[in-house]
Ligand binder design. Sequence first.
Ligand SMILES: NC(=O)c1ccc[n+]([C@@H]2O[C@H](COP(=O)([O-])OP(=O)(O)OC[C@H]3O[C@@H](n4cnc5c(N)ncnc54)[C@H](O)[C@@H]3O)[C@@H](O)[C@H]2O)c1
Length: 349
Amino acid sequence: MRILVTGGCGFIGSALVLHLVNDLGHEVCTLDAMTYAANPISLAPLADNPRHRLVEADICDHAAVQKAFADFKPQAVMHLAAESHVDRSITDPGAFVRTNAIGTQTMLDGARGHYESLPEADKKTFRFLHVSTDEVYGSLPPGAFFTEDSRYDPRSPYSASKAASDHLARAWHETYGLPVLVTNCSNNYGPRHFPEKLIPLMILNALEGKKLPVYGDGQNERDWIHVEDHAKGLVAVLERGRVGQTYLLGGRAVRNNLAVVKALCAAFDRLRPGSAPHEQLISFVADRPGHDRRYAIDCTKAETELGWRPQKTFEQALEETVAWYLDNESWWRPIREGRYKGERLGLNG
Ligand SMILES: NC(=O)c1ccc[n+]([C@@H]2O[C@H](COP(=O)([O-])OP(=O)(O)OC[C@H]3O[C@@H](n4cnc5c(N)ncnc54)[C@H](O)[C@@H]3O)[C@@H](O)[C@H]2O)c1
């Protein structure tokens, strides 16, 4: 199948593209603007692969998007390109509205024009999978879980811009008949994760013997899913999801931030016993403004309808992730010494 993947040089996009091309034999066109969050090395294993091509373009660029559809003639779109970091959305919300809302509209328009030009038989199988986040549902009370029926309640500029993109995707289905599917996923972790997010930032700080800055009291809870489980979930939704439906994907691994950092320290103690105990590096810092307390996913619908379920065990896969960063310094060193050195982002005022 020919699949157009946006944001394929980012964290989840690269795991997905590698899975689609290497494991499943699909033909993929990656459309990516190569923002600070992209790492071209992530797709280097596909450099000479005839089943992959990279188009460097902005999803807000209508002409470039139209050209990508006309040239590649995709049978499906998996739309992941986004500004993705909550802390950055606090200091620069405009970039999030532009890429996440306007960019999604541009992709939907491009897909609609392409879809309407297809023969009837191809229309039946065409899909537009819009990839989103559980953060659109806001903050949960203790012990509660999001389902597909949860009410939208975005509270950060990031989650508000993603909520807008979800509504646009559904509107293009209802209004224009575009065969749209929407997924909302929990927090991902794994290889090739830009080191501004909690887990890779803590890994690189621990590696360098620097402080491990935990926001607030460290009790904010997230549901952690390994990026490869997410990629497989997206494929399951694309292949077997019902058009017009939403599927929540989660890792069934709810942990608070402090527990995550302590698990990372335990992994470091095993992999780098010389500098143990790493827990002594933990330091509590000012909380994120408007920091949502709890996200957790009930992914029963995806499990029962699609036969997908997350396979990885959190603590074990976390240790594998630490080992990946230890083994792949060439992936992160240029970032850490260049465009992002680990400084605090998103403090209001
Ligand atoms: N990371 C998570 O835990 C998580 C969880 C749930 C959902 N999501 C969603 O999954 C998607 C991918 O997230 P990620 O963590 O891989 O993000 P990321 O920041 O690692 O990568 C985003 C990619 O999109 C590209 N991009 C950004 N703006 C663009 C534009 N205007 N035009 C074209 N490309 C552009 C970047 O260059 C980068 O390669 C996003 O839509 C995000 O909202 C992420």
